[in-house]
Design a protein around this ligand. Structure first.
Ligand SMILES: NC(=O)c1ccc[n+]([C@@H]2O[C@H](COP(=O)([O-])OP(=O)(O)OC[C@H]3O[C@@H](n4cnc5c(N)ncnc54)[C@H](OP(=O)(O)O)[C@@H]3O)[C@@H](O)[C@H]2O)c1
Length: 340
């Protein structure tokens, strides 16, 4: 029997996870939730996704609107085996009690602390440990990107220290009230929490991060330096990154010089919502100075965590024991191929 999947929170991440669940052949979408009836609810109706009120007291708001609902969160959880909690950061922790009461498995997102699930997940790092788990957290967009690119390098070479600067988008494209509009805002809490978050997945890695927010909505950019215990060369790193699933090396000859051009590629390739679930790395900027590697990677914050959510469901129901086969299956079903 196919595991039945509820998505609690049909927002930026939830709508993408719901679409990805719908594209799988071994799991089934039972429905999605919203707290109020707006255009996203209308689109859920048009997609024939069962829509439920995330807050039972708000059912009447939907009933008075054009947006149709099938019931509330209790009805949805009652017909599901797992819930992917895509509610705003911090709300997932509050929802956990309900999931425990309903005896349902749950996946939380990166806006929650590690402790909410007690296990932070990235397919390339700890898929086998996720098998049969009841709770896990798919780490944030930034941490997912860092885990993908660092994990292969870390498996092959002795890393002394990673230093990375996260140049973060001010808000997602639909967040019209977010900023900055005309400023660069350094995160004055140093180091930033991102390095520690990577360690929740890869505890053996030495990493320190800084973060700034800039006036852009489309992607984050990471500037990464890695110190190794010996001198290496670019080719050794390039061959690892070329083999890493959901990482795309961008060739110099393509003249893709910015995050806006990356998004243009996604648009030209007909990617739904311009999504770029893989992590693009500029190949020409991968460089060594003795034992120190530098490179830039871009992160499409709205979509890179989606495949990991699907892999996680597969692990939690033991639908696939091998992480490479799980990745292959997820990628095939969501039609995720190397972008270039
Ligand atoms: N956006 C990103 O770049 C990004 C990237 C990676 C991870 N994440 C993480 O993913 C999670 C979701 O973020 P998001 O950006 O998708 O948020 P979002 O766009 O604000 O969407 C949140 C959704 O949750 C619903 N919701 C609000 N209150 C709720 C409640 N009490 N119970 C259940 N659902 C509720 C909202 O419904 P209404 O609209 O009807 O109120 C909305 O559909 C967060 O943990 C975040 O940190 C976000």
């Amino acid at each position: 029997m196919k595991p039945k999947v509820a998505v609690n929170g049909y927002g930026t991440i939830g709508k993408r996870v719901a679409d990805a669940v719908q594209m799988q052949d071994d799991i089934e979408l039972t429905g999605v939730t919203k707290t109020h009836p707006d255009y996203e609810g209308k689109i859920a109706n048009e997609n024939s996704y069962g829509l439920y009120s995330a807050i039972p007291e708000k059912v009447s708001d939907f009933k008075e609107s054009e947006v149709e609902i099938q019931g509330d969160i209790h009805d949805l959880l009652g017909k599901s085996d797992i819930v992917v909690d895509c509610s705003p950061g911090g709300i997932g922790a509050k929802n956990k009690e309900l999931y425990e009461k309903k005896d349902i498995k749950a996946i939380f997102q990166g806006g929650e602390d590690h402790e909410v699930a007690g296990f932070s997940f990235n397919t390339l790092v700890n898929y086998e440990e996720a098998i049969d788990r009841d709770f896990l957290r798919v780490v944030s967009c930034n941490t997912t990107a860092l885990c993908r690119t660092l994990s292969g390098i870390h498996k092959n070479f002795e890393i002394e220290k990673v230093r990375a600067t996260m140049i973060r988008r001010g808000g997602d494209p639909n967040q019209d009230s977010r900023g900055p509009l005309n400023a660069i805002i350094p995160k004055l809490e140093v180091p930033s929490h991102h390095g520690h978050d990577v360690q929740t997945v890869i505890p053996s890695i030495e990493i320190e991060t800084l973060a700034v927010k800039v006036p852009t909505t489309i992607m984050h950019l990471h500037a990464i330096n890695i110190e190794f215990d010996k001198n290496l060369n670019e080719e050794e790193i390039i061959s690892i990154l070329e083999e890493t699933p959901r990482v795309s090396l961008i060739d110099e000859g393509l003249e893709i010089d910015s995050t806006s051009q990356l998004i243009e590629v996604a648009r030209d390739k007909g990617r739904k919502r311009n999504d770029l679930m893989e992590i693009p790395i500029w190949k020409e900027a991968i460089g060594f100075e003795e034992n120190e590697l530098s490179f830039f990677q871009a992160v499409h914050q709205e979509s890179d965590v989606v495949p990991e959510n699907i892999d996680a469901i597969r692990a939690m129901f033991d639908l696939e024991r091998d992480y490479e086969r799980a990745i292959e299956k997820t990628n095939k079903n969501i039609k995720l191929k190397k972008i270039l």
